[in-house]
Design a protein around this ligand. Sequence first.
Ligand SMILES: CC(C)=CCC/C(C)=C/CC/C(C)=C/CSC[C@H](N)C(=O)O
Length: 479
Amino acid sequence: EEEDIRIGIIGGGIGGTSTAYYLKSLFGDGCHIDLFESERVGGRLANINIDGYDYEAGGSIIHPKNKYMVEFAEKFGFKQSASLDGKMALYGPSGIILETSSWNFVTMAKFFWRYGMDIWNIGSFLKENFLDKFGKIYDIQEEGLAFTTVEDLLKSMDESLVNYTKISIQDLMIEKGFSERFINELVMGALRTNYGQTTNVHAFVGAVSLAGVEKGLWSVKGGNYQIPERLLKKSGANLIKAKVTHVILQKESESVSYEVQYQNAEDGKSNSREYDIVIVATPLKELEDHIKFEDFPNPIPSSYTDFHRTIALFVQGTPNYTAYGFENAENFPQSILTTDENIFWNSYGQHTPVSQKKHLNKNSDKDGDQEDNTVSKIFLNKVPTEDQVHYLFKSRKDLRLVNWLAYPEYAPKMDLPPFVLYDQLYYVNAIESAASAMEMSVIGGRNVANLAYNHWNNILDKVDEFSIKKDSKSDKSEL
Ligand SMILES: CC(C)=CCC/C(C)=C/CC/C(C)=C/CSC[C@H](N)C(=O)O
């Protein structure tokens, strides 16, 4: 009888759990998967509880055309909670640049007055140059094709998308005829909110960031973390609550396997297991302090790119409206995007609990102040000082900081890490160098699952090939 293929996955986020899910659908019952996660599964997508209500802690949102996330939500019976299409304002060094109105035609007129035809052209620019090309990845992955590098994965969608990683979004948009004002204000505002960075990022992530301010964005009602939880369950993988400390290469003549040593999260005891395939599904940067790759002929880099630190500051209390360019609560918008690097906060958002559609508090007192129960989320690049918090909020009942190395520091021509670190050792988070978003993690996860399956079964005409060959053997089974 054939023995099960043993697979170890390091990381229980959306990347790791979706890899487990796709591996199970490819290998079927012939594989045993262990998934190592010392914290909660879907950790980065976890909620934060303030005053008895859960709020989304990260900035993760889903685009209506993100096929995988939409399908998962449908399959698992989750409802979508639409992001509030409330009022939005742009804030620059001299104060408010523009505010939207509750009348759509007034908003459009204001945008048109300030940005001219750019405001119409941005939709078709995104669709024709990016989204339509990007959408090809879904058929490619369905056919079982897989790529060893991020460059080739992007090239499979369209050659131009590889070039987008080599030019800044600013330069690409100037080339396409957009005005500096539009780029410096709207494109910059979106980037500071979504990635805490500027229009000097490469154009691929710049385009994803623009898609991240389109209409119709949503998140999972009750919290996005539920998707990784369900993916893990559906995959049948065994969850090991532990921190991996060593991945040791064991090479015997032609065959490769790995010893994974780990420390249990609960009792601190050390243990080890053997695997045929190991998949790293956490940024290497995050593992660098506690994981060692041993006995490899060449060292495995501790990271390929620098990571950007983002701070989400949650405050339950009354915003200091004047700090954001408003006199009082009246007309105060639900979201404010900033357009300048010298502004110490990146964006402001008024938040609703993950299970509720409406704002908890829209009541104003006699001075026009909103009640203290309002929960606001401010994104910053640095932990704010007490003075800065006082400047942003008149009063507060609660304050929380979520501080994490959120995504790579993006730049044109940055290193794009490989999906293959060594034989049978894969790296899902390589995809983040193109862009970090939940849908991107699933694409990275499915690529690595296809890659591991094709390598294991010697289906090499489905690796780094750009066209689909009809007679390739494939024996996938849907979960
Ligand atoms: C619409 C298609 C087929 C592809 C677009 C590419 C893509 C991955 C869009 C996602 C847009 C989005 C929701 C971006 C959010 S920005 C990242 C955010 N900070 C996060 O962590 O999710």
